[in-house]
Design a protein around this ligand. Structure first.
Ligand SMILES: Nc1ncnc2c1ncn2[C@@H]1O[C@H](COP(=O)(O)OP(=O)(O)OP(=O)(O)O)[C@@H](O)[C@H]1O
Length: 265
């Protein structure tokens, strides 16, 4: 296999602190993400992983620190503008508690990820006429390619609510891919899956990274599954960074070992 090319820093997290009332969710967290790498953020329950992802994504505004994407910082923007700018700059995410439309088909759910790329307004789309029809056909072709890539052709017309949890997670990944992201944020992509489903998801994450060229930031509390696929790993515990490095470096970090031995994971 050709050696992977890791590029320049694309995302920078600098001295982030976030508190909810008296609860310190994150304290002075800094790390960076390089183009084309798979960067995992791991840690036991309550370590601050989701809070960190929500800061990166623009959902939460940290009280201190700054996050920049390709050198652009977001702290002066209100949350709506921040979320929109992030999406326009190619950041997409999946959700731990799936945010899919259960009654809609796999195809239509993945189509929702194309909205940002649709030029015609809703009226044109509703009429499905002329340029709007052409555009919808083009968008559908892109979605069909994602469906093929994720090997879910057999379920394209199936309402998502009828699929197994593992397949629903795959559809959620498809919806995020439909946004043509440069940076893909994955929120516990393997949570609730059996061993076989986890292996499939690992393979898809590696392929997305390789074939779509996406930079991937993923959070997970199961240390084992991410170690094999990540280029570098940040470890959080009680809102603090206790480790940062390659999987091999993190594995022999004493603080990381004791944080994990001290929990049920
Ligand atoms: N919206 C919120 N309001 C109040 N406290 C919160 C909120 N979100 C998170 N917290 C607290 O912040 C801390 C970090 O939580 P967070 O969900 O980020 O951790 P996590 O590592 O993602 O945990 P898990 O693996 O269980 O999902 C916890 O003490 C949590 O109770």
């Amino acid at each position: 296999m050709a050696e992977k090319k890791i590029g320049e820093v694309i995302l920078e997290v600098k001295n982030i602190s976030l508190a909810f009332g008296g609860v310190k969710a994150l304290t002075d967290i800094s790390f960076d993400v390089r183009e084309h790498e798979i960067r995992a953020i791991i840690g036991p329950n309550g370590a601050g992983k989701s809070s960190m992802l929500n800061c990166i994504n623009g959902v939460y505004q940290p009280q201190q620190g700054a996050i920049s994407l390709r050198g652009r910082s977001f702290e002066r923007m209100n949350s709506r503008l921040r979320l929109r700018t992030m999406a326009e700059m190619g950041v997409a995410r999946t959700f731990q508690n799936l945010a899919l439309f259960k009654g809609m088909s796999v195809l239509d759910n993945i189509m929702t990820g194309r909205n940002l790329h649709m030029k015609r307004n809703l009226l044109w789309q509703a009429l499905r006429w002329g340029p709007a029809e052409r555009e919808e056909n083009e968008q559908r072709e892109k979605v069909e390619r994602i469906i093929d890539f994720l090997e879910i052709q057999a379920f394209r017309k199936t309402p998502v609510g009828r699929l197994s949890y593992g397949l629903q997670k795959r559809v959620d990944l498809g919806r995020a891919l439909a946004m043509e992201p440069q940076v893909l944020l994955l929120d516990e992509p393997m949570a609730g899956m059996n061993v076989e489903e986890k292996q499939d998801m690992c393979r898809f994450i590696l392929d997305v990274n390789d074939e779509f060229g996406c930079t991937i930031v993923l959070i997970e509390h199961d240390m084992g599954v991410v170690m094999d696929i990540s280029d570098r790993v940040v470890v959080l515990d009680y809102g603090k960074k206790i480790g940062d490095g390659t999987p091999a470096e993190v594995r022999r970090n004493d603080d990381v070992i004791s944080a994990y031995l001290g929990t049920s994971h």
